[in-house]
Design a protein around this ligand. Structure first.
Ligand code: SAH
Length: 240
């Protein structure tokens, strides 16, 4: 696929974020290229405090599990009201270890979506009442095979990975986001910058040669070797 075809058509994205910790946003999303993009209105967010829809004055949003067992579950009535308070919901995503694993291909698909509006539901405690997932057309997304204490970090991973693909977010143009691990069919080659000698360690000769063909061949080979050694599953995936 040529670089031109990979360019996302959408220039802006909007995220509704449902959380019991609104103070966690923008958090990491307020810094660096993604933070600058927020300032420039390339993406926007609407943070909804789930506690505003609590069942009582104590701010309760969770309850004990039916069937017993340790850990609390977020109540469907509270979450339903919180979700219904959002006018333009777009696609609703619930972050969960049970979800489809997030990867760069999936991120590309989210960014390419015509609407580009997402409602991100951040779980806490043991998770949310199953009926919420049935009531709304919710997609479950996982950011990896480990357990977080809440969905907020997952939501930030999701927003960051999407926003950096939008136009005018990452410097260096479309090349900077295309020449990266997973985008190049494997893992990235080793990177070097000045000084050319550091603590007796040299930069590989070929990179100083100015010979673009040789440099490209070297990088490809390095990428293949590293991918074979560390993530052979990615090579199999490409052959599919
Ligand atoms: N009881 C659940 C884990 C709950 S962790 C289970 O065993 O599957 C609490 C919250 O953190 C979840 O509701 C979810 O929103 C978030 N979370 C935890 N791990 C996650 C992961 N790997 N990816 C995305 N969200 C995750």
């Amino acid at each position: 696929m040529s670089n031109k075809q990979r360019k996302p058509k959408i220039r802006k994205m909007h995220f509704n974020i449902l959380t019991v910790f609104p103070e966690m946003f923008p958090g990491t999303l307020g810094a660096g290229v993604v933070g600058r993009a927020l300032d420039k209105n390339i993406w926007s967010m609407n943070v909804v405090n789930i506690r505003d829809f609590a069942i009582n004055n104590y701010g309760s949003v969770d309850d004990e599990q039916f069937g017993g067992g340790a850990g609390m579950v977020m109540r469907p009535d509270v979450l339903g009201d919180a979700i219904d308070s959002i006018k333009n919901k777009g696609k609703i995503i619930y972050f969960s270890p049970r979800g489809v694993p997030l990867n760069q291909k999936l991120v590309r698909e989210f960014v390419a979506d015509k609407n580009a509006v997402y409602t991100l539901l951040c779980g806490r405690y043991e998770g949310i009442d199953e009926r919420v997932l049935q009531e709304y057309d919710i997609m479950e997304v996982s950011i990896g095979d480990y357990i977080l204490s809440g969905g907020e970090v997952a939501a930030q991973v999701f927003v960051d990975s999407c926003v950096r693909l939008l136009d005018n977010v990452v410097g260096g143009g479309i090349d900077a986001t295309n020449n990266e691990s997973f985008e190049i069919g494997g893992l990235e080659w080793p990177l070097y910058t000045r000084p050319s000698v550091w603590r007796g360690r040299n930069v590989p000769e070929v990179l100083l040669s100015g010979h673009h063909g040789n440099i490209e061949r070297w990088r490809k080979q390095q990428s293949v070797d590293i991918t074979k050694a560390r993530r052979p599953d990615l090579i199999k995936e490409n052959k599919k």
